[in-house]
Design a protein around this ligand. Structure first.
Ligand code: GRG
Length: 295
Protein backbone atom coordinates (compact mmCIF):
# COMPACT_ATOMS: atom_id res chain seq x y z
CA UNK A 1 0.00 0.00 0.00
CA UNK A 2 1.20 3.49 -0.86
CA UNK A 3 0.16 6.02 1.75
CA UNK A 4 0.32 9.10 -0.42
CA UNK A 5 -3.14 10.28 -1.59
CA UNK A 6 -1.86 11.69 -4.89
CA UNK A 7 -0.13 8.41 -5.75
CA UNK A 8 -3.25 6.44 -4.81
CA UNK A 9 -5.24 8.69 -7.17
CA UNK A 10 -2.78 7.91 -9.96
CA UNK A 11 -3.04 4.19 -9.16
CA UNK A 12 -6.81 4.46 -9.65
CA UNK A 13 -6.34 6.48 -12.80
CA UNK A 14 -4.06 3.90 -14.42
CA UNK A 15 -6.53 1.09 -13.62
CA UNK A 16 -9.19 2.93 -15.64
CA UNK A 17 -6.75 3.62 -18.48
CA UNK A 18 -5.61 -0.03 -18.62
CA UNK A 19 -9.25 -1.22 -18.63
CA UNK A 20 -10.00 1.15 -21.47
CA UNK A 21 -7.15 -0.07 -23.70
CA UNK A 22 -7.47 -3.81 -23.08
CA UNK A 23 -9.71 -5.61 -25.59
CA UNK A 24 -12.95 -6.79 -24.03
CA UNK A 25 -12.93 -10.51 -23.30
CA UNK A 26 -16.25 -10.98 -25.09
CA UNK A 27 -14.31 -10.17 -28.29
CA UNK A 28 -12.72 -13.08 -30.21
CA UNK A 29 -10.25 -14.57 -29.49
CA UNK A 30 -11.90 -14.33 -26.09
CA UNK A 31 -9.59 -16.72 -24.23
CA UNK A 32 -6.58 -14.67 -25.28
CA UNK A 33 -8.28 -11.41 -24.29
CA UNK A 34 -9.33 -12.97 -21.00
CA UNK A 35 -5.70 -13.97 -20.34
CA UNK A 36 -4.43 -10.48 -21.23
CA UNK A 37 -6.93 -8.88 -18.84
CA UNK A 38 -6.21 -11.48 -16.15
CA UNK A 39 -2.51 -10.58 -16.04
CA UNK A 40 -2.65 -6.86 -16.72
CA UNK A 41 -5.48 -6.17 -14.25
CA UNK A 42 -4.36 -8.50 -11.49
CA UNK A 43 -3.21 -5.84 -9.06
CA UNK A 44 0.40 -4.81 -8.83
CA UNK A 45 1.82 -1.65 -7.40
CA UNK A 46 1.84 0.20 -10.74
CA UNK A 47 5.21 1.76 -9.85
CA UNK A 48 6.16 2.34 -13.49
CA UNK A 49 2.99 4.27 -14.45
CA UNK A 50 3.33 6.25 -11.21
CA UNK A 51 6.81 7.28 -12.29
CA UNK A 52 5.47 8.44 -15.67
CA UNK A 53 2.78 10.59 -13.99
CA UNK A 54 5.10 11.91 -11.27
CA UNK A 55 7.77 12.93 -13.80
CA UNK A 56 5.15 14.55 -16.02
CA UNK A 57 4.01 16.56 -12.99
CA UNK A 58 7.49 18.09 -12.69
CA UNK A 59 6.79 19.84 -16.00
CA UNK A 60 3.04 20.39 -15.56
CA UNK A 61 2.33 17.99 -18.42
CA UNK A 62 -1.37 17.42 -18.91
CA UNK A 63 -2.39 14.11 -17.26
CA UNK A 64 -4.19 12.91 -20.37
CA UNK A 65 -0.90 13.10 -22.32
CA UNK A 66 0.71 10.83 -19.75
CA UNK A 67 -1.97 8.12 -19.89
CA UNK A 68 -0.60 6.47 -23.06
CA UNK A 69 3.04 6.12 -21.90
CA UNK A 70 1.84 5.07 -18.43
CA UNK A 71 -0.34 2.31 -19.90
CA UNK A 72 2.30 1.24 -22.43
CA UNK A 73 5.00 0.72 -19.81
CA UNK A 74 2.60 -1.28 -17.61
CA UNK A 75 1.64 -3.51 -20.56
CA UNK A 76 5.32 -4.20 -21.24
CA UNK A 77 5.83 -4.95 -17.54
CA UNK A 78 2.81 -7.30 -17.48
CA UNK A 79 4.13 -9.16 -20.55
CA UNK A 80 7.58 -9.50 -18.95
CA UNK A 81 6.09 -10.99 -15.77
CA UNK A 82 4.02 -13.55 -17.74
CA UNK A 83 7.07 -14.67 -19.72
CA UNK A 84 9.36 -14.58 -16.67
CA UNK A 85 7.02 -16.99 -14.83
CA UNK A 86 6.97 -19.59 -17.65
CA UNK A 87 8.34 -23.10 -17.06
CA UNK A 88 11.24 -22.36 -19.45
CA UNK A 89 12.23 -19.34 -17.35
CA UNK A 90 11.55 -19.06 -13.60
CA UNK A 91 8.73 -21.63 -13.52
CA UNK A 92 6.70 -19.73 -10.91
CA UNK A 93 3.13 -20.60 -9.93
CA UNK A 94 2.18 -17.54 -7.92
CA UNK A 95 2.15 -13.89 -8.99
CA UNK A 96 0.35 -11.01 -7.28
CA UNK A 97 -1.31 -13.56 -5.00
CA UNK A 98 -2.88 -15.42 -7.94
CA UNK A 99 -1.98 -18.35 -10.17
CA UNK A 100 0.52 -17.32 -12.85
CA UNK A 101 -0.85 -17.05 -16.40
CA UNK A 102 0.40 -20.44 -17.65
CA UNK A 103 -1.21 -22.12 -14.60
CA UNK A 104 -4.50 -20.21 -14.82
CA UNK A 105 -4.68 -20.80 -18.60
CA UNK A 106 -2.15 -22.91 -20.50
CA UNK A 107 1.39 -22.27 -21.63
CA UNK A 108 0.58 -21.34 -25.24
CA UNK A 109 -2.13 -18.89 -24.13
CA UNK A 110 0.23 -17.37 -21.57
CA UNK A 111 2.98 -16.85 -24.16
CA UNK A 112 0.55 -15.36 -26.67
CA UNK A 113 -1.06 -13.08 -24.11
CA UNK A 114 2.41 -11.72 -23.27
CA UNK A 115 3.12 -11.21 -26.98
CA UNK A 116 -0.20 -9.40 -27.46
CA UNK A 117 0.37 -7.17 -24.42
CA UNK A 118 3.72 -6.18 -25.85
CA UNK A 119 2.26 -5.15 -29.21
CA UNK A 120 -0.68 -3.45 -27.46
CA UNK A 121 1.89 -1.25 -25.67
CA UNK A 122 3.18 0.05 -29.00
CA UNK A 123 -0.33 0.38 -30.45
CA UNK A 124 -1.32 2.61 -27.53
CA UNK A 125 1.90 4.60 -27.70
CA UNK A 126 1.75 5.20 -31.46
CA UNK A 127 -1.87 6.39 -31.54
CA UNK A 128 -1.68 10.12 -32.40
CA UNK A 129 -1.79 12.30 -29.30
CA UNK A 130 -2.99 15.86 -29.56
CA UNK A 131 -0.97 17.24 -26.68
CA UNK A 132 2.50 15.83 -27.45
CA UNK A 133 4.51 16.84 -30.50
CA UNK A 134 5.05 14.07 -33.09
CA UNK A 135 8.81 14.44 -32.57
CA UNK A 136 8.50 13.74 -28.85
CA UNK A 137 6.02 10.92 -29.41
CA UNK A 138 8.49 9.19 -31.76
CA UNK A 139 11.27 9.70 -29.21
CA UNK A 140 9.10 8.00 -26.56
CA UNK A 141 8.23 5.04 -28.83
CA UNK A 142 11.88 4.61 -29.76
CA UNK A 143 12.93 4.74 -26.10
CA UNK A 144 10.45 2.07 -25.07
CA UNK A 145 11.42 -0.22 -27.97
CA UNK A 146 15.12 0.05 -27.11
CA UNK A 147 14.48 -0.33 -23.40
CA UNK A 148 12.35 -3.43 -23.65
CA UNK A 149 14.59 -5.20 -26.18
CA UNK A 150 17.85 -7.09 -26.35
CA UNK A 151 19.93 -4.15 -25.16
CA UNK A 152 17.57 -3.58 -22.24
CA UNK A 153 15.09 -5.76 -20.36
CA UNK A 154 15.23 -8.87 -22.57
CA UNK A 155 19.04 -8.66 -22.54
CA UNK A 156 18.91 -8.51 -18.74
CA UNK A 157 16.73 -11.60 -18.65
CA UNK A 158 19.29 -13.44 -20.82
CA UNK A 159 22.07 -12.47 -18.39
CA UNK A 160 19.87 -13.64 -15.49
CA UNK A 161 19.10 -17.04 -17.04
CA UNK A 162 22.71 -17.67 -18.03
CA UNK A 163 24.11 -16.68 -14.64
CA UNK A 164 21.80 -18.72 -12.40
CA UNK A 165 23.90 -20.89 -10.11
CA UNK A 166 27.03 -18.90 -10.86
CA UNK A 167 28.97 -16.65 -8.52
CA UNK A 168 28.61 -13.06 -9.72
CA UNK A 169 30.61 -10.05 -8.65
CA UNK A 170 28.66 -7.02 -7.43
CA UNK A 171 29.46 -5.29 -10.73
CA UNK A 172 28.05 -8.18 -12.78
CA UNK A 173 24.93 -8.30 -10.60
CA UNK A 174 24.49 -4.56 -11.05
CA UNK A 175 24.86 -4.87 -14.82
CA UNK A 176 22.17 -7.57 -14.90
CA UNK A 177 19.71 -5.50 -12.87
CA UNK A 178 20.40 -2.25 -14.71
CA UNK A 179 19.10 -4.12 -17.76
CA UNK A 180 16.45 -6.43 -16.36
CA UNK A 181 14.69 -4.19 -13.84
CA UNK A 182 16.40 -0.82 -14.20
CA UNK A 183 15.74 -0.36 -17.92
CA UNK A 184 11.93 -0.16 -17.58
CA UNK A 185 12.18 2.03 -14.49
CA UNK A 186 14.48 4.46 -16.31
CA UNK A 187 12.17 4.45 -19.34
CA UNK A 188 9.17 5.24 -17.11
CA UNK A 189 10.86 8.39 -15.83
CA UNK A 190 12.24 9.46 -19.19
CA UNK A 191 8.97 8.88 -21.07
CA UNK A 192 7.26 11.19 -18.58
CA UNK A 193 10.04 13.74 -19.13
CA UNK A 194 9.85 13.52 -22.95
CA UNK A 195 6.17 14.47 -22.79
CA UNK A 196 7.39 17.92 -21.77
CA UNK A 197 8.33 20.37 -24.49
CA UNK A 198 10.70 22.39 -22.31
CA UNK A 199 13.04 19.77 -20.84
CA UNK A 200 16.56 21.13 -20.36
CA UNK A 201 19.72 19.05 -20.70
CA UNK A 202 20.44 19.50 -16.96
CA UNK A 203 16.95 18.29 -16.03
CA UNK A 204 17.26 15.32 -18.39
CA UNK A 205 20.57 14.32 -16.80
CA UNK A 206 19.19 14.77 -13.28
CA UNK A 207 16.21 12.54 -14.06
CA UNK A 208 18.45 9.91 -15.69
CA UNK A 209 20.49 9.81 -12.48
CA UNK A 210 17.40 9.65 -10.25
CA UNK A 211 15.99 6.81 -12.36
CA UNK A 212 19.29 4.91 -12.36
CA UNK A 213 19.44 5.06 -8.55
CA UNK A 214 15.82 4.11 -7.83
CA UNK A 215 15.97 1.32 -10.45
CA UNK A 216 18.84 -0.31 -8.59
CA UNK A 217 17.35 0.46 -5.17
CA UNK A 218 14.13 -1.23 -6.31
CA UNK A 219 16.05 -4.42 -7.06
CA UNK A 220 18.12 -4.35 -3.85
CA UNK A 221 14.86 -4.01 -1.91
CA UNK A 222 13.35 -6.84 -3.98
CA UNK A 223 16.27 -9.11 -3.02
CA UNK A 224 15.91 -8.18 0.66
CA UNK A 225 12.15 -8.83 0.61
CA UNK A 226 12.72 -12.25 -0.94
CA UNK A 227 14.48 -13.15 2.33
CA UNK A 228 12.67 -11.05 4.94
CA UNK A 229 9.07 -11.12 3.78
CA UNK A 230 6.55 -13.95 3.41
CA UNK A 231 4.68 -15.46 0.49
CA UNK A 232 1.32 -13.95 1.45
CA UNK A 233 2.61 -10.38 1.70
CA UNK A 234 4.72 -10.69 -1.44
CA UNK A 235 1.98 -12.37 -3.48
CA UNK A 236 4.72 -14.55 -4.94
CA UNK A 237 6.84 -17.36 -3.56
CA UNK A 238 9.13 -16.06 -0.78
CA UNK A 239 12.67 -17.47 -0.93
CA UNK A 240 12.37 -18.13 -4.68
CA UNK A 241 15.75 -16.49 -5.39
CA UNK A 242 17.58 -18.71 -2.93
CA UNK A 243 15.69 -21.82 -4.10
CA UNK A 244 16.66 -21.04 -7.71
CA UNK A 245 20.25 -20.37 -6.65
CA UNK A 246 20.13 -16.80 -7.98
CA UNK A 247 22.73 -14.16 -7.26
CA UNK A 248 21.24 -11.45 -5.02
CA UNK A 249 22.57 -8.41 -3.17
CA UNK A 250 22.19 -9.96 0.31
CA UNK A 251 23.92 -13.14 -0.94
CA UNK A 252 26.86 -11.20 -2.37
CA UNK A 253 27.17 -8.35 0.14
CA UNK A 254 25.46 -9.70 3.26
CA UNK A 255 22.13 -8.37 4.57
CA UNK A 256 23.50 -5.34 6.41
CA UNK A 257 25.55 -4.13 3.46
CA UNK A 258 22.60 -4.70 1.10
CA UNK A 259 20.43 -2.52 3.34
CA UNK A 260 23.13 0.13 3.41
CA UNK A 261 23.37 -0.02 -0.38
CA UNK A 262 19.63 0.62 -0.70
CA UNK A 263 19.99 3.58 1.67
CA UNK A 264 22.90 5.10 -0.29
CA UNK A 265 21.05 4.69 -3.59
CA UNK A 266 18.01 6.38 -2.04
CA UNK A 267 20.16 9.31 -0.90
CA UNK A 268 21.71 9.63 -4.35
CA UNK A 269 18.22 9.60 -5.91
CA UNK A 270 17.20 12.49 -3.64
CA UNK A 271 20.43 14.30 -4.42
CA UNK A 272 19.80 13.94 -8.16
CA UNK A 273 16.53 15.81 -7.76
CA UNK A 274 18.15 18.81 -6.06
CA UNK A 275 17.72 20.97 -9.17
CA UNK A 276 13.94 20.57 -8.79
CA UNK A 277 11.70 22.16 -6.18
CA UNK A 278 8.35 20.96 -4.84
CA UNK A 279 7.26 19.93 -8.31
CA UNK A 280 9.39 16.78 -7.88
CA UNK A 281 7.93 15.86 -4.48
CA UNK A 282 5.98 12.96 -5.94
CA UNK A 283 9.19 11.51 -7.38
CA UNK A 284 10.72 11.84 -3.90
CA UNK A 285 7.72 10.03 -2.39
CA UNK A 286 8.15 7.20 -4.91
CA UNK A 287 11.82 6.88 -3.88
CA UNK A 288 10.64 6.69 -0.23
CA UNK A 289 8.17 3.99 -1.17
CA UNK A 290 10.69 1.95 -3.18
CA UNK A 291 13.11 1.54 -0.28
CA UNK A 292 10.49 0.96 2.43
CA UNK A 293 7.99 -1.17 0.51
CA UNK A 294 6.88 -4.45 2.02
CA UNK A 295 5.78 -6.13 -1.23
C1 GRG B 1 10.83 -12.55 -19.82
C2 GRG B 1 11.03 -10.74 -21.57
C3 GRG B 1 11.19 -11.18 -20.19
C4 GRG B 1 11.67 -10.31 -19.29
C5 GRG B 1 11.69 -10.59 -17.88
C6 GRG B 1 11.62 -7.69 -15.71
C7 GRG B 1 11.73 -9.13 -15.96
C8 GRG B 1 12.47 -9.56 -17.15
C9 GRG B 1 11.14 -10.02 -15.18
C10 GRG B 1 10.37 -9.67 -14.01
C11 GRG B 1 10.58 -10.68 -12.95
C12 GRG B 1 11.19 -10.17 -11.71
C13 GRG B 1 10.78 -10.87 -10.49
C14 GRG B 1 12.05 -9.16 -11.69
C15 GRG B 1 12.67 -8.62 -10.49
C16 GRG B 1 12.04 -7.39 -9.90
C17 GRG B 1 10.77 -7.05 -10.45
C18 GRG B 1 10.80 -6.33 -11.73
C19 GRG B 1 9.66 -7.41 -9.79
C20 GRG B 1 8.30 -7.20 -10.22
O1 GRG B 1 7.98 -5.85 -10.30
P1 GRG B 1 6.96 -5.15 -9.29
O2 GRG B 1 7.41 -5.39 -7.88
O3 GRG B 1 5.66 -6.01 -9.57
O4 GRG B 1 6.77 -3.75 -9.70
P2 GRG B 1 4.11 -5.60 -9.43
O5 GRG B 1 3.40 -6.92 -9.24
O6 GRG B 1 3.94 -4.67 -8.28
O7 GRG B 1 3.76 -4.97 -10.74
Amino acid sequence: MINVPKLTQYQHRIETVLHHHLPDDTLAPSLLHHAMRYSALSGGKRVRPLLVYATGECFKVDKTSLDAPAAAIEFIHAYSLIHDDLPSMDDDHLRRGKATAHIAFDEATAILSGDALQTLAFQVLSTPLQTISTKNQLKIINLLAKTAGSLGMVGGQVIDLSSTGQKLTEKQLENMHLHKTGALIRASVMMGAYCAEDLSMAQEQALERYAHCIGLAFQVRDDILDIESDTETLGKQQGADIAANKATYPAILGMEAAQEKARLLYESAYDALSCFGNEADLLRKIADFIVTRKQ
